[in-house]
Design a protein around this ligand. Structure first.
Ligand SMILES: NC(=O)c1ccc[n+]([C@@H]2O[C@H](COP(=O)([O-])OP(=O)(O)OC[C@H]3O[C@@H](n4cnc5c(N)ncnc54)[C@H](O)[C@@H]3O)[C@@H](O)[C@H]2O)c1
Length: 273
């Protein structure tokens, strides 16, 4: 069902790699809710060609940008405003990559070159996206910027290795930049802390499948899907949340506030349902 929540709004959506990507679902929902937007991804990810299908489906244009490049990001905001016919109302940062995770390197033995790469791609890129937008004055008042994060920023999930520290930085950028951008231009910045989700980035993590099932058994509502996450992002882009900023918002079926569930105790044979 559509509520026209984003009617007349212009956006930039990063990170749609394939139809499992959270960003892909956000683009579909934003289209349903009446927004127009530009899709972007790293030039290397474009080679898969999947994003063209999404662009066609949502009537969007694609502007490639490596989110670590100030030059690419400047071009992204400039072109997007030309294509969409005005300033931007919402931006989704849906970018994550850790070489240490990809190469299955244990946290305590992290390779620092890979660590730096992970920081640049997954956290610093958020600062860069915000800094370029602010410099170009590319986002409207009460515009909304959302980045996706994970709870390993607050609590230990050993398999998440260096991404835990990187997400902590991402969430801190949302708070600190949110203060400055809010005060100067009334732009809102939040992070959404999402349940484990079966995407390319998610399933690349060692032991992801088992953990997905564990989280499902802990969360009273179960794991939040990519579609659910997209719906939540749409509310944050809409005018219904215009006083929400500098927050890390858990979107996880209640996982983050649950110590243990009866279901997990029963599975361990140490408790009754
Ligand atoms: N899948 C999960 O379990 C989960 C849970 C919580 C948060 N998240 C976060 O959600 C976000 C989206 O991930 P996803 O799960 O949809 O996976 P995904 O693999 O579909 O998306 C990750 C995207 O990052 C893009 N990217 C990588 N390097 C880039 C660069 N240099 N410039 C621009 N784009 C680049 C990739 O091309 C890809 O589109 C990430 O920030 C991830 O950490 C995922």
């Amino acid at each position: 069902m559509s509520y026209n929540l984003l009617k007349g709004k212009r956006g930039i959506i990063t990170g749609a790699l394939d139809e499992n990507s959270i960003a892909w679902k956000v683009a579909e929902k934003a289209h349903e809710e009446g927004a127009t937007f530009v899709l972007t991804n790293a030039p290397i990810a474009m080679r898969m060609g999947e994003i063209n299908k999404l662009a066609e489906k949502t009537g969007s244009q694609i502007v490639p940008a490596d989110a670590t490049s100030i030059e690419d990001l400047t071009n992204l905001y400039t072109k997007s405003q030309e294509i969409l016919g005005g300033k931007i109302d919402f931006v989704l940062h849906s970018i994550g990559m850790s070489v240490n995770i990809r190469k299955k390197i244990p946290y305590t033995e992290s390779n620092y070159e890979y660590f730096m790469k992970g920081i640049d791609v997954s956290a610093m890129s958020f600062h860069k996206m915000l800094a370029v937008a602010k410099k170009l004055d590319a986002i409207n008042e009460y515009g909304s910027v959302v980045a996706l994060t994970y709870m390993a920023a607050q609590r230990v999930f050993p398999f998440y290795t260096d991404m835990a520290d990187i997400k902590a930085m991402l969430e801190s950028i949302a708070r600190t930049f949110g203060y400055h951008y809010g005060r100067d231009k009334k732009v809102r910045i939040n992070t959404v802390s999402q349940s484990p989700t079966k995407t390319t980035a998610g399933t690349g993590i060692k032991g992801f499948g088992d953990f997905y099932d564990y989280a499902e058994a802990i969360a009273p509502l179960g794991n939040a899907s990519a579609e659910d996450c997209a719906n939540y992002c749409i509310t944050l882009f809409s005018d219904l949340t215009r006083m929400v900023t500098m927050q890390n918002l858990f979107h996880d079926g209640g996982y983050s506030n649950t110590g243990v569930s009866n279901e997990v105790m029963a599975k361990l044979g140490i408790g009754a349902e």
